[in-house]
Design a protein around this ligand. Sequence first.
Ligand SMILES: Cc1cc2nc3c(=O)[nH]c(=O)nc-3n(C[C@H](O)[C@H](O)[C@H](O)COP(=O)(O)OP(=O)(O)OC[C@H]3O[C@@H](n4cnc5c(N)ncnc54)[C@H](O)[C@@H]3O)c2cc1C
Length: 486
Amino acid sequence: MSEAAHRHRVVVIGSGFGGLFGTRALKRTDVDVTMIAKTTHHLFQPLLYQVATGILSEGEIAPATRMILRKQRNAEVLLGEVTDIDLENRTVTSRLLERVTVTPFDSLIVAAGADQSYFGNDQFAEFAPGMKTIDDALELRGRILGAFEQAELSHDHEERMRLLTFVVIGAGPTGVELAGQIAEMSDNTLKGAFRNIDPTEARVILLDAAPAVLPPMGEKLGTMAAKRLEKMGVEIQLNAMVVDVDADGLVVKEKDGTERRIEAQCKVWSAGVAASKLGKILADQSGAETDRAGRVRVLPDLTIPGNPNVFVVGDMMLVDGVPGMAQGAIQGATYAAKAIKAGLEGQSPAERKPFKYFDKGSMATVSRASAVAKVGKLEFGGFLAWLGWLALHLWYIVGYQNRVITLTSWAITFLTNKRGQMTITEQQVYARTALDALQTGAKPAIPPVHTSSPTKALPKAAPTADVQVEAPGAPSAAADKAEKAG
Ligand SMILES: Cc1cc2nc3c(=O)[nH]c(=O)nc-3n(C[C@H](O)[C@H](O)[C@H](O)COP(=O)(O)OP(=O)(O)OC[C@H]3O[C@@H](n4cnc5c(N)ncnc54)[C@H](O)[C@@H]3O)c2cc1C
């Protein structure tokens, strides 16, 4: 097809904040937009921890992109993982199962985001998954609730303590939010729900190699968040670098070099990010620089050298002073869309004004009714910050229906301590063990009911001598306690 025979073709990679807002910003532009993403949804990552801890369902924070864009006539959505970008021939290659699709472009917006980084220790991922996707959040929900379920079946004190110890690695906003919610869930939601264990005895540890909680938000807010977490019973361990992780726990190296072990079945990694590998593909072809996290140093107009039609935005871009946050992606993608439109109206790339980031501030929730916020020079915490956090997140959730459902779910959780999304599947309880088994065709071993017999998931359980069968209708001391407490 000749150049004149088609409209200007914009390919957008990713359906996250950058991809979706970039596509929407092109709604009234005379272009054909093709969004290619490896998931069918637009994920609101800031609320993933609420899916992991049973407050929200995945549908509330991840509406189908196709449905969001169904009325945008100039946009189409393709499912597939982009495996290659050819800058010279202006094509994007994507793969869905065995099907390979090559999509030509005139302009390209790359918004493929970031993955978890284990700083070279990728083997940790099996035992300490991160939280970047819906799959991660659901797996985590399974691991958290599954640990309580397994503890209920155990009659070995040491093993129970290991099962009831939750370690969150990384004390940034995600780590703080997750630790706070695991503590609230065990102290409030699960109270009285078990007969052999007392969920309020669960230990939640938040640890970080850095000397502070929430380092990007400054000392004042970090201290405020730490105090609130400690009040909720979360143990905060700073200057503690994780040097090894296995199925039963982790090894931490202190500042003075000494190492210690924490026994914990459920570990979560929220310590680092690495930009999408597509950054390297772009850098190799254009000569752009990348930093240690794989982010691409873009030019002032967010393009890469020699390619004024290729924009890199969001968590993949490296621009001084722009944080890896939703606003950075939204503003970058909107800027790229405007630059494409201006180009069609005759503006040359040399005439583009440099991208300017407008810092709208940052927030993190710590617990119900408590958050910290930084807006310009203003730093505050507590209930007011929490209300601001609720309003802002509600505003950015895509879709009226999702906002209403989310608000209802929040009202239920925050007013009654109940959570509506506590379902976990068999596969999730056994986490990756089940997935491995599915791949090999074997079914994961499930311990007999009422016993603490060992399985892969319960390696330290006592042998058959410890098998106990409880008389039906004989509640334990924990159940008695919960009943008395109402
Ligand atoms: C748990 C968590 C909590 C967060 N909390 C906050 C917060 O409170 N406030 C805040 O401002 N920011 C927060 N962030 C950061 C924020 O979510 C990101 O900065 C933002 O999502 C970046 O947008 P993006 O478009 O660059 O990438 P993303 O939103 O991550 O989107 C990337 C997209 O690219 C797709 N993709 C990736 N690789 C490929 C490929 N090879 N082929 C096809 N598609 C691909 C993905 O499926 C996805 O659709 C949080 C992030 C996480 C993980």
